[in-house]
Design a protein around this ligand. Structure first.
Ligand code: FMN
Length: 353
């Protein structure tokens, strides 16, 4: 299975499966001299972790990250940074019954058709366990962007099923609840919705937004290296992502040009429908990205499916699953945004000095 590497000048390669002994990544291209330690990486990993509330999968991984190389006396050396996390709470038995079956909506069918075999335990490589390493690599990119350019990145849950949570945003409350919800008044509604959903055995989709502030002007290239194209690719590479919008996104369909264009004055832009990117290049405005996540496909509610011999079967999925993957996606979209921006800062520096 190739294509496990992301980025150009700041690039990382992830490895590992959900129920294998460990997951890890190798980050190449990080400039020397950045102060980083495992505790800082762990802060982000904890934000992404399962088992923190009754609204996520109850798998409990310690996510203790080991820095195997590339950091000496607390500073990056400019050599490859290898990170490793052991899987300590996999329960592979739960997946015995889907060994020969394809879960509708999951990657089982396509993995089988493409590779002729698959690690069915916990979804193997298709599991969002892989995103742990994106968050770990993203923690380093985030720190570098903050130290060198003052870039601040914050994501939030903008919608869960029918519930919009972004009308009365209070930024300081995002980390105070298990949903990354920016409106504390909406949290009880989310809780009762999720309690009823969990009881019913069903799942639901979500929208997760992210903003990067203090992004330098000039990141991205006009044709095949557009910042918005790379961001869309990065977000779509996350498991269960089904749509990405930049700035006004699909709302631009109904907008008039007079409304959409972001007028400029000496004091700056008067609006930000562009989402901080014009002609594929960052404008210095906030970079705004929105990602739609589909409902989890592993459900205990029976459905019609096929097995590997082509027989029609009833598929029921056991094991520990997220009833709404969007609840844990916020740190992942933040990481992907940081990883793209850092790569583009280095690419910009390489061409423009
Ligand atoms: C944070 C996160 C958690 C997820 N948790 C689950 C899960 O518990 N069960 C599941 O079936 N899918 C889960 N998924 C989604 C699957 O990984 C994904 O649907 C699968 O790999 C198929 O890929 P696709 O949905 O991109 O087509 C999760 C995704 C994310 C981003």
């Amino acid at each position: 299975m190739s294509h496990n590497t992301f980025g150009h000048l700041f690039r990382f390669t992830t490895f590992g499966e959900s129920h294998g002994p460990a997951i890890g990544c190798v980050i190449d291209g990080c400039p020397p001299g950045l102060e980083i330690d495992a505790t800082e990486i762990k802060v982000q990993l904890v934000r992404r972790a399962t088992g923190k509330s009754r609204y996520t999968s109850q798998r409990r991984e310690k996510d203790d990250v080991q820095i195997l190389s590339g950091v000496f006396k607390g500073k990056t050396t400019g050599t490859p940074i290898a990170l490793l996390i052991e899987n300590t709470d996999a329960k592979s038995k739960d997946y015995e019954n889907i060994k020969r079956q394809f879960r509708p909506g999951h990657a089982d069918f396509t993995y089988w058709k493409k590779y002729g075999l698959r690690d069915y335990r916990g979804g193997g490589r298709s599991s969002a366990r892989e995103t742990t390493m994106r968050v770990a690599a993203g923690a380093i990119a985030r720190k570098w962007l903050k130290v060198n350019h003052g870039v601040e990145i914050q994501g939030w849950l903008a919608q869960l099923g029918p519930i919009r949570t972004d009308k009365n945003m209070r930024w300081e409350t995002i980390e105070d609840n298990p949903f990354f919800c920016p409106d504390p008044d909406k949290v009880p509604e989310l809780e009762s919705f999720m309690d009823a959903l969990r009881k019913s055995g069903d799942s639901v989709g979500a929208r997760v937004n992210v903003v990067a502030r203090n992004v330098p002007v000039g990141l991205g290239a006009p044709v095949y290296g557009k910042l918005d194209a790379d961001l869309a690719s990065a977000m779509m590479s996350i498991n269960a992502a089904k749509g990405v919008e930049i700035g006004a996104g699909f709302d631009c369909i109904a907008q008039k040009g007079t409304q959409h264009r972001d007028e400029m004055t000496k004091e700056g832009f008067l609006s930000n429908h562009a989402g901080g990117i014009l002609g594929g290049i960052s404008s210095g405005q906030d970079v705004l990205v929105s990602t739609a996540f589909k409902p989890t496909s592993s459900l205990r509610i029976p459905c019609r499916g096929l097995d590997i011999d082509g027989n029609e079967v009833e598929v029921v999925t056991h094991g520990r699953h997220d009833p709404c993957v969007g609840i844990r996606a916020t740190p992942i979209v933040e990481a992907m945004l940081a990883l793209v921006l850092m790569d583009h800062v280095l690419r910009h520096r390489a061409q423009n000095g």
